[in-house]
Design a binder for this molecule. Structure first.
Ligand code: ZN
Length: 305
């Protein structure tokens, strides 16, 4: 998987950073897909400057209905249709997302030529497509706001065909059962336990993508043991009180969460427009004193998971 940051600014765009959006490119050999998380104004323009086309999008997750996370959605939906895409698109978001999308399309005399499926999420499982699951938990923000945890299912270990061949067992239909860890009985009466010939399962990757939030208990559950944590660090540690009063987190709080949750890597984003390039380095330094594996997101940055 790879994450592509399309917008990394909080509240308003700047010349260097657009408002929030990111892409998750699933890159699976047979079940590839492109998911989006939040869609601030101008996101479709950011996509035009990236290698990704809206036609490839199959799911969009919205963390909350604040405009800097949402105002790009109607335009993106319409452009996706006008480009002739007919593949369905699923949108997940808090209560109100359906009314927002349907109203924007209706009042502007717009429509989509592809099936648009809109699901209003609640806490818990949002999606399980057989390869990975997405769960949502409510965060601490003035409006209903979710963080999403994406977990690949563990991949079963490979079957050791060479060891089976050494037992005189050639590849055939029974390999499927052995791969599933089942015991099979051969024609000669021998029983073979597939589990004895399987490599250990490979742990699926985990990541957490946060909406805006002040620190809260759900944060730890979402971030627990993830390979990558994407968290807002809107303001510096000295302005923590101000950040929290508006439902945001400081650098220190984002980094402390990553450390406490045992995350492998933290990317901070949703940076206040008050910070220029140099002061952004100060934000990063504040995080790194607590959690060394921190990266500061930039627009169009790609991170492998
Ligand atoms: Zn917000």
């Amino acid at each position: 998987m790879e994450l592509i940051f399309l917008g990394t600014s909080a509240g308003v765009p700047t010349r260097a950073r657009n408002v929030t959006s990111l892409l998750l490119n699933l890159q699976h050999p047979t079940r590839a897909g492109l998911w989006m998380f939040d869609c601030g104004e101008g996101t479709q323009h950011q996509m035009l400057r990236s290698p990704f086309h809206p036609g490839k999008l199959d799911k969009i997750f919205i963390t909350h209905l604040h405009g800097d996370h949402l105002f790009g959605l109607p335009g993106l939906l319409c452009s996706r249709s006008m480009a002739g895409n007919v593949q369905p698109l699923e949108i997940y978001g808090p209560k109100g997302i359906r009314e927002y999308v349907e109203t924007a399309l209706r009042l502007s005399g717009s429509w989509t030529d592809y099936p648009l499926i809109i699901e209003e999420v609640t806490a818990g499982l949002v999606v399980d497509d057989g390869l990975r699951k997405v769960t949502a938990l409510p965060l601490n923000h003035p409006v209903e706001c979710y963080g999403y945890r994406i977990e690949e299912h563990d991949k079963p270990g490979a079957l050791n065909a060479a060891a089976l061949a050494a037992q005189g067992i050639a590849p055939g239909p029974m390999f499927q059962q052995l791969k599933a860890g089942l015991t099979v009985t051969l024609d000669d009466g021998r029983t073979i336990n597939g589990a004895d010939y399987l490599a250990p399962a490979e742990a699926g990757k985990k990541l957490a993508i946060f909406g805006d939030t002040a620190p809260c208990a759900a944060s730890l559950a979402l971030a627990q043991g993830v390979n990558l944590l994407v968290h807002k660090a809107t303001l510096e540690a000295a302005m923590e009180e101000k950040a929290n009063s508006r439902g945001h987190s400081s650098t220190r709080q984002a980094a402390s969460l990553a450390a406490e949750a045992g995350a492998k890597r933290l990317v901070i984003t949703h940076i206040s427009s008050r910070y220029d390039e140099e002061s952004c380095m100060g934000l990063l330094a504040e995080c790194r004193t607590i959690f060394a594996q921190t990266t500061l997101a930039e627009d169009f940055m790609t991170v492998r998971v």
